[in-house]
Ligand binder design. Structure first.
Ligand code: NAI
Length: 462
């Protein structure tokens, strides 16, 4: 039996970051992972591979639509799907090997296998039981299936199967207009697939600022995605090569069907805690299957902590990472903290969509007096030069104090631009603080400054 200060269960962004921080703080640390490679869903079958396919398909889109305009003539490239998959797999390998290197560098033991907690202070991996002063559960999440839909990961797929389809489908139905459905749907639309999205709500991307959501849907429709909103999927019947989706329109209960070569089920994820032995251990769970934790990520069982997708909050890699670092500090006797009010959310389509903090709808509901500063990328020189002038930056600030309450960006590099506003919000800045900061010209970031100026005396370029 080996003895550790901390054993982390799961090596996704929450778990591996936690393990590294624990080691950096001088704690003897091990991380349990049953997959062949470290990195969890994010690195192996989530964020990283999907970004590779988004990048490759965007390059194709640029070649097909914009190269000739810039005087780059010649035949647009054709798609070698096998090579695109190999490129994606290479990107995964580089990233997962990178974590392995970091583990060695920080002297973290990788306990290979699936872990369980037979009692507080003990972690079982295979036939071996290890001792730990603290245990951190970072076991992540899995796709939540819809009743009446059987996933075969070939014709009816989750995000995992959708990343590795044997060929590019002619027709794809996406169930759920959330982050996964729209990212992967837009990949295949750019690769030539006819993509039809079915969404239960009357709008896409639940929780998003409504103005952004509308613009986003319009831009995606222009890229060829078609949307059926207000429709509840009833069943999916599949053969070895085809599927039929039956849905009911909520407004009049009428039923309709759609046929496809591939159906992507992207209707959300749920915490993954199978086989950990949490119930027998007496760890309190919520009705939604999440592990309950206090403000310091401690569960109801002393010495057992939990972070990431298996606890409450947005299922985002960076939220899990922040919790991983913070809980490591708590275990080391320091003061770990996560500001849940400033966690950005990004959708990596083209254009990207990014948001942080309050939406207009949430401010209205709270009765908070606010003002809006908005700037269209059409007024940004760099965006026009790069065929990226669709979209806008919108900053929401307190009507009286000018303090930034939230921001929403749809446009080029939105996922990077949002962080200027995140930092400003962490410092409790006013929109004027951004407006008075010199921004290099010509950059996309000038659009952020112009939106901040729009909260005051007005932007220059609109
Ligand atoms: P989601 O919660 O973002 O969207 C699911 C959508 O499916 C919702 O719009 C919902 O109304 C719809 N839906 C549910 N049942 C339905 C039915 N029967 N018929 C039609 N529509 C139905 O979930 P998604 O996209 O699966 O993503 C799961 C999690 O993974 C999310 O928490 C997301 O934040 C995270 N994720 C984040 C990424 C990022 O940050 N870029 C990328 C991929 C995933």
């Amino acid at each position: 039996m080996a003895s550790y200060d901390v054993i982390v269960i799961g090596s996704g962004p929450g778990g591996y970051v936690c393990a590294i921080r624990c080691a950096q703080l001088g704690l003897k640390t091990a991380c349990v992972e049953g997959r062949e490679a470290l990195g969890g869903t994010c690195l192996n079958i989530g964020c990283i591979p999907s970004k590779a396919l988004l990048h490759a398909s965007h390059q194709l889109h640029e070649a097909e639509h914009n190269f000739a305009k810039m005087g780059l003539k010649g035949k647009a490239p054709s798609v070698d799907w096998t090579q695109m998959q190999a490129y994606k797999d290479d990107v995964i390998g580089q990233n997962t090997k990178g974590i392995e290197f970091l583990f060695k560098k920080n002297k973290i033991d990788w306990l290979k296998g699936w872990g369980s907690i037979p009692e507080a202070g003990r972690v079982k991996v295979g036939d071996e039981v290890h001792e730990a002063r603290a245990i951190v559960v970072a076991s992540g999440s899995e796709p939540s299936a819809l009743p009446g839909i059987e996933i075969d990961e070939k014709v009816v797929v989750t995000s995992e199967g959708a990343l590795s389809l044997p060929k590019i489908p002619r027709k794809m139905v996406v169930i759920g207009a959330g982050v996964i459905g729209l990212e992967l749907g837009s990949v295949y639309a750019r690769l030539g697939t006819e993509v039809q999205v079915i969404e239960y709500l009357d709008h896409i991307t639940p929780g998003m600022d409504a103005e952004v959501s509308k613009t986003f849907q319009r831009l995606l429709a222009r890229q060829g995605l078609s949307f059926t909103l207000g429709a509840a999927v009833q069943k999916v019947e599949a053969t070895k090569t085809k599927a039929r989706v039956t849905y009911k329109l909520r407004k009049d209960d009428s039923e309709a069907t759609l046929d496809a070569d591939v159906v992507l089920v992207a209707t959300g994820r749920r915490p993954y805690t199978d086989g950990l032995g949490l119930e027998a251990l007496g760890v309190k769970m919520s009705g939604r299957g999440q592990i309950e934790t206090d403000a310091h990520w401690a569960t109801s069982v002393p010495g057992v902590y939990a972070i990431g997708d298996c606890i409450a909050g947005p299922m985002l890699a960076h939220k899990a990472e922040d919790e991983g670092m913070a809980v490591a500090e708590v275990i080391a006797g320091k003061h770990g903290h996560v500001n849940y009010g400033v966690i950005p959310g990004v959708i990596y389509t083209h254009p990207e969509v990014a948001s942080v903090g309050a939406t207009e709808e949430s401010l209205k509901e709270a009765g908070h007096a606010y003002k809006v500063g908005k700037f269209n990328f059409m007024g940004n020189g760099r965006a026009k030069a790069n065929f990226a002038a669709d979209g806008f930056v919108k900053i929401l600030a307190d009507k009286e104090t000018d303090r930034i309450l939230g921001a929403h960006i749809i446009g080029p590099m939105a996922g990077d631009l949002i962080h200027e506003i995140c930092v400003a919000m962490e410092f409790g800045a006013a929109a004027q603080d951004i407006a008075l900061t010199c921004h290099a010209h010509p950059t996309y970031s000038e659009a952020v400054r112009e939106a901040a100026l729009a909260c005051g005396d007005g932007p220059i370029h609109s």
